[in-house]
Structure formats: C-alpha cells, structure tokens
Design a protein around this ligand. Structure first.
Ligand code: BTN
Length: 310
C-alpha cells in the first residue's frame, strides 16, 4: 500500500486528495491517513492540507516498499554490524534467491582481505543472496557479472565514468566508488548460496577512512537516490546469465586494470608487471619484466602511476 501511495504522490504534479487516493486504491480514507502518517514518521516530507497530500521531495530512502514487486524479498535495517552476517543467517535458514539485506549504516562493515569498510549514513550497503545453479568452480562468474552490471548501471544512470578494477572494484578516475565482497556455501560441487556484499559510495563522504575514494554525490555535485541504483542493479542482474562467456568480455571492455603496470600483493608474494588479460576463470594474467606470465587468482591489486612500456 505504501508503495502505491508513493507512486501516486510521485506521479502527481500537485496535491492528491485523500478520498481520490482511497477510491483509486480501494481502501478507506482512514487507511490512507494511517499509511501517510507512517511514511511521514519514516522521514518522507509530505504536506497534508485541506486539498489532500503533497510530496515535497522524493527523498533518499531504501525501505522495502520503495521496490514495489520485489519488496517481499527486501529487508531493511537502520543499522547492522554487517549485512553479510544477516544475509548469511537468512541464507542458511533457506531464504529465497534474490533476497536483499540492506543497512542504513554498518558498525562493522567488512571489506576484502580482512579490511574494514566504512559504512556511514548516505552510502548504499547491501548483500544480495544468489542461488545460481552453478558449479563452485564457476562461482567467480557471478562476481564478475555483478561488477559488470553495476558498472553499467552507474554509467547509464548517473553518467559517471565508472570502470572495473581487478578483481571486482569499481573506480572513477582511480578513486574507489564501489567495493564487492562475496561469501559462498556449497553442497557437493554446486553452489548452494552465493552472497554478494556491495558497498557503494552514493551520498556519503568516504574520505575519512579511505583518501582514494569518491562518492556519486561528490562526482555529480548533488545527491542521487540510492533506490534507483539498487533497483536498476537488481533488474540487470535478473537479465544476466553469469555463465555466459561474454561476462568476461564485458569486464575487459570496462576494465581500467588491463594494460596497466600493477603490483599484486598476495599473502605469499608480490607480483609486479603489466596486467595483460583476465582468463575465463577470472584470474589476472600479469606479464613480468622477464616476459614470463603469472596467473593471479587472489590478492590486492595496486595500479601503478607509470604508463606501461610496450
Ligand atoms: C572491498 O572492496 O573490500 C569490499 C567492500 C564490501 C563492502 C560491502 S558493504 C555491504 C556488505 N557488508 C559488509 O560488511 N561488506 C559488504
């Protein structure tokens, strides 16, 4: 109902009368009044007057009722330690595929390689539970699919020059806009759930923690509604077959890593060279100075400033 009320308020240029809303939605005026009250308490700026209701600003909310048809699979929390923990528990309890756990803020947000992920208000922090019929060995494709889908969505919606960095970050002008973390459980050789944790700097200021970062708000000079990004990302993921070979081709096209001089820090070694390609398993192929090629499956990738010598 709240979803329908918001749609009516947003599609109207002026005030919408209570009786008109009640009639259109097939509910009582009191029911409309009660829903409007809850929306106001949730932060929506709705003016009520003799002529009816008027939405003063669209607001930047990611409550389940903002996602009409998907709302039953969307779980919103004002604050969580980490959406990964909540989503893992839900996945273990058998939640449906495409369940999304969103947090307004995280108190112990996690990044790759045991790092922290600063999760202050205004950012978009969520974990998407996937249940792809994939062998464990192909699970990385879903991760590449997620970074490709999100990169395209951010470019299309906001116009920012987003690019993917190996393995799954999204950068603009070498500054980090998005981080993606994954957790997987398997049954035998098959994936039972694959949880994708996504942190996007949208209307927050990430610099206090990470100087080489940027948010959409800073890039555009104005806030951008987080719900539009999440909705478009979920739609794109629905249409994306993670097993398709072209995921890696798409990743190559959007990559700011390939052709660059990189240093890859792994727990065991440091590999330095030029990032030549990514293979179908998502491994980075790094050509060292002696022309030998190292296949890197895991590690921290640092882009070097120097342009590569061919
Ligand atoms: C990285 O670049 O290191 C990955 C960062 C992933 C952050 C997201 S925010 C939502 C989800 N919950 C977490 O605790 N981490 C991921």
């Amino acid at each position: 109902m709240k979803s329908a009320i918001l749609t009516m308020l947003r599609s109207s240029k002026g005030t919408v009368s209570g009786p008109f809303m009640a009639k259109t939605l097939g509910v009582s005026r009191v029911a409309v009044f009660k829903h409007i009250k809850v929306l106001k308490e949730s932060g929506y700026e709705i003016d009520s007057g003799p002529g009816g209701y008027f939405l003063k600003s669209w607001g930047d909310f990611v409550y389940p009722f903002e996602f009409a048809d998907r709302q039953k699979n969307i779980h919103y929390f004002e604050s969580l330690e980490s959406t990964m923990d909540e989503a893992r528990e839900m996945a273990r309890q058998g939640c449906p595929p495409n369940t999304v756990v969103i947090a307004g803020q995280q108190t112990r947000g996690r990044g790759r390689l045991s790092r922290k992920w600063l999760s202050n208000a205004g950012g978009l922090y969520f974990t998407l539970v996937l249940r792809p019929s994939l062998p464990v060995a192909l699970a990385h494709r879903a991760l590449f699919a997620a970074s490709v889908c999100l990169c395209k969505v951010l470019r299309d919606l906001t116009g920012v020059a987003a690019m993917v960095k190996w393995p799954n970050d999204i950068l603009v002008d070498e500054k980090k806009l998005v981080g993606i973390l994954s957790e997987m459980a398997g049954e035998g050789d098959l994936v039972s759930h694959l949880n994708l944790g996504v942190g996007i700097n949208v209307n927050n200021s990430p610099h206090a923690f990470e100087p080489k970062s940027v948010s959409i708000k800073e890039l555009l000079g104005k806030p951008f509604p987080r719900r539009l990004i999440l909705e478009a990302f979920l739609d794109k993921m629905d249409d994306c077959d993670p097993v398709a070979r072209n995921i890696i081709d798409d990743w190559r096209e959007l990559s700011c890593t390939l052709g660059r001089r990189v240093i890859i820090q792994t727990p065991r070694q440091q590999i330095e060279g030029i990032a030549r390609d990514v293979d179908t398993d998502g491994a980075l192929l790094v050509e060292r100075a002696d022309k030998t090629v190292e296949r890197v499956t895991y590690g921290d990738c640092l882009h070097q400033i120097m342009e590569p010598q061919q």
